[in-house]
Design a binder for this molecule. Structure first.
Ligand code: SER
Length: 376
């Protein structure tokens, strides 16, 4: 199954069960939102999970682009991405968590053809209802503690979750999701029953909801028989340009962020974009200082913009990347001698970092990048 077939299979399954399609929203969160980027499929639906009436009804499905900077240091492993897509289904005070798990099982088995022996799930150990549902379905289940409690931040809707894993090892499955990481988590069903108040007390939601999110790229990895998301059709055009996972992830993510209207800058979203581009360049220059984003073909940029339905000219995106590369080059040229002079006295101290930042406008992470590029 290619990625677009996976997407269609998921959305069709839920549409056949009365779910209305919600449009994919931008990564940019509304003003006043405590986070910079949409970080979960349910994020744009938060007010509706908390009780507001949704114009499309009480059963929804969709695919949402998400960005997680918390995973930045894990990017490069087999399954973590900065920008990824989440397929979702929601019951806004409609059907129960039990129904959601049953449909989830049906879709995995009949829609995606995942054999039962390759499935394992985890549940919150104080959620006997989910445990019972999985046991009745005959799926191996592991009750766990706090890892199976999901929230999208310190306050807001939250509840116990049930995570679904698919076996990706060569031989027959061994261990459980918590003991063998060849069990890859592909889907999370959250029983949204509570609201955490600013004083951190929990109160029940007026209408219990169910929020599920399936990682599209991970599902592609599993169904395409690959051991990494970077080996799927999602990344083929990026991997042809550079086989580094970090470079592919950060460039693809940058294209989506630029496509959503962000410019590199020193604050907020623009700073996240700047970091992605600079990390890419630092990585490329470590092996070959002559590498330049000016050599990037428009094909992967165009394919990414098309896939995310972003109406932007790929050449414009390329311009943004190349302009940022020039600025980074100039900063490195200016910063390197200053840093090297300070280093003659020994390792940099906090005072040195303050001096470089306050007097020369060179932030700490850039100093660290200079140190990395100098030592290579
Ligand atoms: N909100 C949950 C998650 O992001 C399920 O969609 O994992």
């Amino acid at each position: 199954m290619d990625t677009s077939q996976i997407l269609r299979t998921f959305l069709d399954f839920y549409r056949d069960r009365g779910h209305a399609l919600v449009p994919d929203s931008t990564l940019i969160t509304p003003q006043g939102d405590p986070v910079l980027f949409t970080s979960a499929g349910m994020h744009p639906l938060t007010p509706y999970i908390e009780g507001r009436h949704h114009p499309l009804g009480r059963r929804l499905t969709g695919v949402q682009r998400c960005l997680r900077t918390t995973d930045l240091d894990e990017v490069g492993d087999d399954t973590h991405l900065t920008v990824f897509q989440m397929l979702g289904s929601w019951s806004l005070g409609d059907y129960s968590g039990d129904q959601s798990l049953r449909w989830g099982f049906e879709l995995l088995r009949d829609g995606f053809g995942v054999p039962l022996p390759k499935l394992h799930v985890t549940v919150y150990d104080q959620d006997p209802g989910s445990l019972d549902t999985w046991q009745r379905l005959g799926v191996p289940v592991e009750p766990l503690g706090g890892d199976n409690w999901w929230s999208n931040g310190p306050t807001g809707p939250c509840g116990p979750d049930s995570e679904i894993f698919i076996w990706t090892g060569d031989g027959p499955p061994t261990g459980t999701p918590s003991t063998d990481d060849r069990w890859v988590e592909v889907w999370n069903h959250v029983m949204m029953r509570h609201h955490r108040r600013p004083d951190l007390a929990l109160e029940p939601l007026d209408q219990p909801c169910v929020d599920t999110g399936m990682g599209l790229e991970r599902m592609s990895m599993v169904l395409q028989g690959k051991t990494s998301v970077f080996d799927t059709d999602v990344f083929s055009s990026w991997m042809r340009w550079d086989p580094s996972r970090l470079v592919c992830d950060h460039l693809r993510s940058s294209v989506v962020v630029i496509g959503d209207g962000v410019h590199p800058s020193n604050t907020g979203r623009g700073y996240v974009l700047r970091r992605l581009i600079r990390r890419t360049l630092t990585h490329l220059w470590r092996s070959d200082p002559s590498r330049t984003l000016g050599d990037l073909p428009v094909e992967p940029i165009g394919a990414t913009l098309d896939w995310f339905s972003l109406p932007m000219d790929p050449l414009y995106v390329l311009d943004v990347l190349v302009y940022e590369e020039r600025r980074f080059h100039a900063l490195l040229r200016r910063g390197r001698p200053l840093i090297e002079r300070l280093m003659l006295r020994g390792p940099l101290t906090d005072d040195d970092f303050h001096y470089l930042h306050d007097t020369h406008g060179i932030p700490r992470d850039l100093v660290e990048e200079v140190l990395v590029t100098s030592s290579s």
